[in-house]
Design a binder for this molecule. Structure first.
Ligand code: NAD
Ligand code: UDP
Length: 341
């Protein structure tokens, strides 16, 4: 199969491309590189020994999309392109609705015109908002509490309407919990722009000496040690979930599932696990809770297992070891080496 991966140069996208290639698919990436590096694609080619076709462009550019579908014999789309910072989405909601919702609309219209009606969409646990019960199952109310989460929910609803109107459309919605880690080669990984908002990349940058200490947002949460609890899931497991989803849509109906491990770990659990993976001390100080943060969030991961036969295999120690291997080899991310490598 020829799979179009939008956002394929990004953190999750690069790992998805690799898993798709390893499973024998051909891959074309559409990316405008607004938050990523072209180097990630070169590294994916290096690891897999297989070519990746690249189209540089914006998902909001319908004419370009129409040309892309004429040029390549795409059988399905994995749609990861989008903006993902909660903080930025509060400051600049229109750019989030434009990129994430309008961009998806342009993609879906171009897909329909080209007769490509199979899509896997990157959604997020953020669509659930503040958990009313844990673990979070797919039947939990959908009530996002920030503009980013609402863009994900709106796209989920657009996709649901589409597959309801025309069963030829097969839609797989993957709600990721907290993707972390990196491919075991240490060649591809997470490379956030500026100061990382998320925990694991921040901890990794402290370990590698780019930052002095970690600020832990709150030590008075109603959790075992007072720090926030999340469901961290290895990015290679997440990537494998996309291959399962695409394969399932060959014969199955539209679906939405969580991609998580079902286990919650606190910030201090992550700090300790990263210290033992890296052999580095992670100094930290406690600060106030972060606005909008939920205390605990973890998945009921049973639906993905039942429907797709997918489950996460890698534990927190593997997540930290792999994240550290990438960070140690690439202290400054992709910008550390020349683009012409
Ligand atoms: P990322 O920023 O590394 O990757 C996003 C990619 O999309 C980048 O390569 C970027 O250049 C590209 N892109 C953005 N806007 C584009 C546009 N208009 N046209 C073309 N390309 C564009 O982020 P990621 O962590 O790999 O996330 C991928 C997807 O997964 C996103 O949709 C994100 O919302 C979703 N997601 C991520 C997480 C997470 O914690 N990383 C959690 C849940 C959901
Ligand atoms: N966190 C923290 N310091 C940081 C970044 C995150 O203490 O610099 C905490 C955060 O409050 C939450 C957990 O780590 O309890 C995971 O945060 P992240 O932003 O990675 O994921 P999200 O909250 O979006 O699920």
């Amino acid at each position: 199969m020829m799979i179009l991966v939008t956002g394929g140069a990004g953190y999750i996208g690069s790992h998805v491309c690799l898993e798709l290639l390893n499973a024998g698919n051909e891959v074309v990436v559409l990316d405008n590189f607004c938050t990523s590096s072209k180097l990630s694609i070169l590294r994916v080619q290096e690891i897999s020994g297989k070519p990746v076709l690249v189209e540089e462009g914006d998902i909001r550019d319908r004419a370009m999309l129409e040309r892309l579908f004429q040029l390549h014999n795409v059988t399905a789309v994995i749609h990861l392109a989008g903006l993902k910072s909660i903080k930025e989405s509060h400051a600049n909601p229109l750019s989030y609705y434009d990129c994430n919702v309008n961009g998806t609309m342009q993609l879906l219209i171009a897909m329909g015109n080209a007769g490509v009606k199979k899509i896997v969409f990157s959604s997020s646990a953020t669509v659930y908002g503040s958990p009313r019960s844990l673990p979070l199952s797919e039947t939990h109310a959908l009530a996002p509490i920030n503009p980013y989460g609402r863009t994900k929910l709106f796209v989920e609803q657009i996709l649901a309407d589409l597959s309801l109107a025309n069963p030829d459309w097969r839609v797989g919605i993957l709600r990721y919990f907290n993707p972390v880690g990196a491919h075991e080669s240490g060649l591809i990984g997470e490379d956030p722009i500026g100061s990382p908002n998320n925990l694991m990349p921040y901890v990794a940058q402290v370990a590698v000496g780019r930052r002095d200490h970690l600020n832990i947002w709150g030590n008075n949460h109603p959790t075992s040690d007072g720090t926030g609890v999340r469901d961290y899931v290895h990015v290679v497991d997440i990537a494998a979930g996309h291959v399962s989803a695409i394969n399932y849509l060959d014969h199955g109906q539209s679906f939405e599932v969580n991609l998580g491990t079902g286990n919650g770990f606190s910030v201090l659990d992550v700090v300790r696990a990263f210290e033992s993976a890296s052999g580095k001390k992670i100094p930290y100080i406690f600060g106030p809770r972060r606005e909008g943060d939920v205390s605990s969030c973890y998945a009921d991961a049973s639906a993905a297992k039942k429907l797709l036969g997918w489950k996460a295999h890698r534990d927190l120690s593997a997540m930290c070891l792999d994240h550290w291997r990438w960070q140690k080899a690439n202290p400054d991310g992709y910008s550390g080496r020349a683009i012409s490598e």
